[in-house]
Design a protein around this ligand. Structure first.
Ligand code: UDX
Length: 458
């Protein structure tokens, strides 16, 4: 059993802390936000994450985890301190390391015994060296401190599962002492451990995330070509997936990747390459494809409709993927302002993300358009002129083509997640557009009404 302190209680820090407690370590989670600490102490998770609250409560009652703003007492006698604070993207694409620096200094000024500092946050290659130097520069007591890299690979929505059943644990160390401690901390998880040097560990994180981002952008690129040549991206993906060298995961074309990692980590790696006089052409291309992909459906719809002014537009899904209330880099954030600018009356549905979205776009009139948040999908679809699907929530996937046909004034659906069957939508009489698949009804086909000239059904 190790005495562990975790700095930062976001997705990375909190989930790591809770899982360390779950396998028997003594954990103190540190956050500067007092309100958040009180919430966590009461057994409530500040983030929406399956299974997290149960483990928080269980381990809190068992006395294995606590939450505090008092970093001094949390750090002073910890065997290991994990840093899981944010490294947000700066306008030039580089990572902002100021939160890491603040924690590093607090550690240096307060540790009273030998301690391993473990950086879990995603940081540019070479940062761990700097953090170690920084801590040693500010060290107050005569103790040994070393920094190790231990990147996190959890995906939001399945964070607890991904941590307890990770496919691999990457540890990057520069001494047997550090390697030994990390191996022992992770030993109770019973998972494969890959032990490398610090810089390689830092690179593994970026290379892994950017590879997946590239994979998605590649499929989106191919999907766009499929549309032009009459192929179907889902059939293409299926055919590709049987090749085990390719694999079946992350082959879904759609409205582009979002979230807190892929967009940030692709830009950060491109920036790192540039800083080193190298052009990372593959990653650069992935970023470009993704940026264009996010508004592809909007552009298509705009051509089809002439204008959105006065139209009721149903928006299904606001978060960057299902299973999370996180909106970071979500396609909705690109499309909603475009729709509002065009005078659309948006009726938005999202089972968990609406509250966060309303902070950015409060309900009511917005510019030429307006936005209303609804609690059930039917309200969004009822009398709508056009519908956009941005997130593949279960309840959105469960909608039948007949529901669209019955509820919408004109059943015109733009699906950014390829969740419905093209043939079934067509049969039900829905004019359906998705990504990389043949449109059900050809643009401008006679039987579809010219909704550009209609107003909202009252
Ligand atoms: C990702 C990585 O999966 C994780 O290992 C890393 O630690 C953090 O970044 P996350 O951002 O939570 O996790 O979500 P993920 O499930 O990977 O999806 C990212 C984005 O890619 C989402 O917007 C998703 O909709 C999109 N995506 C994913 C696709 O468009 N197509 C796919 O085939 C898979």
């Amino acid at each position: 059993m190790y005495k562990i302190a975790v700095a930062g209680t976001g997705y990375v820090g909190l989930v790591a802390g809770v899982c360390f407690a779950e396998v028997g370590h003594q954990v103190t989670c540190v956050d500067i936000d007092e309100k958040k600490v009180d919430v966590m102490k009461s057994g409530v998770s500040p983030i929406f994450e399956a299974g997290l609250e149960e483990l928080m409560q269980k381990n809190y009652v068992a006395g294995r985890i606590d939450y505090t703003t008092d970093y001094k007492s949390a750090y002073k006698d910890a065997d290991a301190i994990f840093i899981g604070v944010g490294t947000p993207e700066q306008p030039d694409g580089s990572a902002n390391l100021s939160y890491i620096a603040t924690v590093a200094r607090q550690i240096a000024e307060n540790i009273e015994k030998d301690c391993l500092v473990v950086v879990k946050s995603t940081v540019p290659v070479g940062t761990n060296d700097k953090v170690e130097q920084f801590i040693n520069d500010f060290l107050v007591n005569d103790v040994k401190v070393e920094v190790a890299s231990n990147p996190e690979f959890l995906a939001q929505g399945s964070a607890v599962h991904d941590t307890l059943h990770a496919e691999r644990i990457i540890i990057g160390t520069e001494s047997k002492w550090a390697e030994g401690i990390l191996k022992q901390i992770y030993e109770p998880f019973g998972l494969p451990i890959v032990s490398v040097n610090r810089r390689s560990a830092e690179m593994i994180k970026y290379a892994s995330n950017d590879f997946l981002a590239l994979k998605i952008s590649y499929m989106n690129d191919i999907a766009n070509l499929c549309e032009l040549v009459g192929a179907d991206i889902q059939d293409v993906a299926k055919g590709m997936s049987f090749d085990q060298r390719i694999g079946s995961k992350f082959l879904n074309a759609g409205i582009g990747y979002g979230g807190s990692c892929f967009p940030k980590d692709t830009k950060a790696l491109e920036y790192l390459a540039k800083q080193n006089g190298y052009e990372l052409k593959t990653v650069k291309a992935a970023i470009e494809v993704n940026t264009e992909q996010k508004t592809k459906l909007f552009s298509k719809a705009r051509k089809r409709l002439i204008t959105f002014s006065g139209l009721k537009v149903a928006v299904l899904g606001l978060t960057f993927k299902p299973g999370t209330d996180d909106l970071r880099e979500a396609a909705s954030l690109e499309n909603v302002p475009l729709l509002l600018e065009q005078g659309a009356n948006i009726y938005a549905f999202d089972p968990v993300g609406a509250k966060n979205f309303a902070r950015v776009y409060p309900e009511g009139t917005n510019g030429r358009g307006s936005i209303t948040y609804v609690e059930n999908i039917e309200e969004a679809l009822d009398g709508a002129n056009v519908c956009f699907v941005f997130t593949e929530w279960g309840e959105v996937k469960a909608l039948t083509p007949e529901t669209y046909k019955k509820l919408m004034w004109t059943p015109l659906v733009y699906d950014g997640r390829n969740i419905y069957d093209v043939g079934e939508m067509e049969e039900a009489g829905v004019e359906y557009y998705s990504i990389g698949r043949k449109p059900a009804l050809r643009e401008g086909k006679k039987e579809s009404r010219n909704i550009g000239l209609q107003t909202v059904k009252s």
